[in-house]
Design a protein around this ligand. Structure first.
Ligand SMILES: [Zn+2]
Length: 157
């Protein structure tokens, strides 16, 4: 489990590096793609499940990092007047991907209006509060070590 956690951190680092070089200069498309390609290769080799938010920003064909307005174009599509889609097209290879603009989707939390929406839900509770009530560890035996250091101090003076 620790191994997987470390691998995830590395993947995350590569993904962030890709974002970083692209935001510094859009010319770094190739470098960003290299990071994303490496990230994808590692994830594949270790059979790690990629985060959906990561997955949807990577071109499945050429591994480019898809950033709207930089390496990709986005279009909004509407179906039946209610269902909305986002079509993202990779500017490097032309591959396009479509995803549903589902309010329940994890990326919903990234939108500014999501903050207001979450405050309206009183059912959500902080899971961290109950964990704080666990009993403290028994007193560590410090008397011996402090005695020893005191003796050492006494001996050196
Ligand atoms: Zn592509």
């Amino acid at each position: 489990m620790a191994f997987h956690k470390e691998a995830h951190q590395r993947l995350n680092y590569l993904y962030q590096a890709a974002h970083c070089v692209l935001s510094q200069n859009p010319v770094n498309v190739e470098l960003a793609r290299f990071y994303c390609f490496t990230q994808k290769t590692i994830a594949k080799r270790l059979v790690l499940r990629q985060d959906p938010s990561v997955k949807r920003t990577l071109c499945k064909k050429c591994c480019s990092l898809l950033i709207p307005g930089v390496t990709a174009t986005t279009r909004q599509r509407r179906k039946n007047g209610r269902t909305r889609f986002t079509v993202m097209r990779c500017l490097s290879c032309g591959q396009s991907k479509t995803f549903l603009n589902n309010p329940d989707y994890c990326l919903w939390a990234d939108r500014p209006e999501a903050q207001m929406e979450q405050q309206k839900q009183p059912g959500l509770q902080d899971p961290g509060t109950s964990a704080k009530n666990k009993p403290k560890d028994t007193k560590p035996d410090k008397s011996q070590s402090s005695k020893a250091s005191a003796a050492q101090r006494a001996a050196s003076t």
